[in-house]
Design a protein around this ligand. Sequence first.
Ligand code: GLY
Ligand code: MN
Ligand code: MN
Length: 433
Amino acid sequence: MDRKEFARRRRQFMRMIGKDAIAILPAAPVRHRNGDIEYAYRQDSHFHYLCGFPEPEAVAVLVPGRPQGEYLLFVRERDSLRESWDGARAGTEGAVERYGADDAFPIADIDEILPGLMESRPQVYYSMGAHPDFDMHVRSWVNSLRVQGRQTGAPHEFVALRHVLDDMRLYKSRAEQVTLRRAAQITVGAHRRAMRFARPGRMEYEVMAEVLHEFRSHNADISYYPIVGGGANACVMHYRDNNQPLCEGDLLLLDAGCEHDYYASDITRTFPVSGRFTPCQRAIYELVLEAQLAAIDKVRSGNHWNHPHEAAVRVITQGLVKLGLLKGKVTALIKDQAYLQFFSHRTGHWLGLDVHDVGDYKVGGEWRVLEPGMVLTVEPGIYIRPSPRVPKEFWNIGVRIEDEVLVTGAEADVLTGALEKTPEAVEALVQAA
Ligand code: GLY
Ligand code: MN
Ligand code: MN
């Protein structure tokens, strides 16, 4: 993403926190996996959002009051031995020249420099609890100032950074929309590849391998661990073993999305591995699809967050009554949440740098009103576990259909709309193997 985009975000952020404040953001720590091995490094989303600086052991400090607002980075120093093992570092010079910092210092000097920057700035914007090891440093800097404050009269209060940043991140800029579209496009390709590949006898992990191949071939990675659930596994909400064979007559629920240039994608498709839905599978599939389309239709500026979910609940409850899987009056069943037995999750979440992105769903106790630039998923599902109250031919059918939707001033813009989802189109794709 362009450097100007990060500079624009920092300016907006500094305007919002006011000139008496200071903001401190640590980079994500390197996480140990086992033995000598670390997890692949992924920058903290808030830090990335404002800085675009990809290295660990870094701290960003934003000081609005200094005439134009100052952006300081504490970073690892250049070190030819370490760089010969772990790769290049920007160093203080690179932080200024390549990442737009107004000034940069070695991370080792932070204890000396940071308390001075905080002096006479009563509000410290910081995400307490997000990086526990770093919290201790921040507390000690503030405490040292509080002790001195007896003479200077400068109390400090912490303000949760997320109140400001979460809200900013909820509205996707043009550049963010372009990146989200690209992530969606790569993920669409991966799902198509998986549908063409799947057939009875193949393993869930082989389908996952196809997905990963497509992601990595486009310089993308996973934004969450994929769910590749065949047969009864489709009814396990967070199924991740992905190690079972696909059998004749199974549905396969594939929930997989890539992360491209830090932005997440999140798509689910469900399809018959033999290339043809059974009548019961098809009935459930069509019902989920109808619910999803009704929910997407409610994604429009001015509606509130829960409108799409309410639409999905209504369609699913009506459909389950028609199929004889729920008994009673639709209104009463909705009121009693009888649908939870089959549709136990909500219809979506915000999407952005995090797959379950930041942003409040309620404001002042009321559902948030949808506005242009917001991006959310729409993903109703029906999962039927074996039960004496359900005819056997419906057992172990699990269907979810998930797309990503951008709120616009007019109709919803389905970022993942290119991916096949009518039963006929899905069957044709699986048969095209
Ligand atoms: N893949 C995570 C979700 O759909 O929310
Ligand atoms: Mn999702
Ligand atoms: Mn998903």
